[in-house]
Design a protein around this ligand. Sequence first.
Ligand SMILES: Cc1cc2nc3c(=O)[nH]c(=O)nc-3n(C[C@H](O)[C@H](O)[C@H](O)COP(=O)(O)O)c2cc1C
Length: 160
Amino acid sequence: MDDLKRYCLDTLVRAVHDRHHGWRVPVISTVSARGPQGRCVILRGVQRDPLLLEFFTDRRSGKVVDLVADCRMQWTFWNPKAQEQLRVWSEVEMLLEGTVVDQAWSRVPAYAWRDYATATSGTAEVDMAQARSNFVLGRALVTGVEFLRLSRDGHVTLEF
Ligand SMILES: Cc1cc2nc3c(=O)[nH]c(=O)nc-3n(C[C@H](O)[C@H](O)[C@H](O)COP(=O)(O)O)c2cc1C
């Protein structure tokens, strides 16, 4: 495997576990009725062969509405320290049930359950079962990657 490709994959894996890594919070863009829609998410998982990227979301969110209509999604990662951008094209499946989703849900800390519950601001109790039912594991099958490193000595690019 090309060294630069391996570097890109290793860096994605690292970003999942390194809270301070620029690539941990990519912008994901979907195709909506209003045109392109981008927003930040946290990169939650990376698998190789085939290359899969994962994120967590709420089934009531706009991005899920978009992805039901058109599963294509683009990721834009930027690491200012390294001056490295990664653009990733993908097709997303949204998983609501099964062992893999249960495992993902078990990684959501209790303080974040509220994000997935019906809006109950001001009340202390969060209905955990309801929060779980809104939780979606987004799994993106990567269809293309473009890497760009800005450098005064000449930009470095790679597509795979
Ligand atoms: C730093 C940051 C991290 C975020 N992480 C997530 C995330 O992992 N999943 C998610 O659904 N929304 C996340 N959000 C919120 C989204 O950016 C967005 O506002 C929300 O999901 C609603 O977008 P939508 O209506 O287009 O789906 C995050 C926002 C910020 C600023």
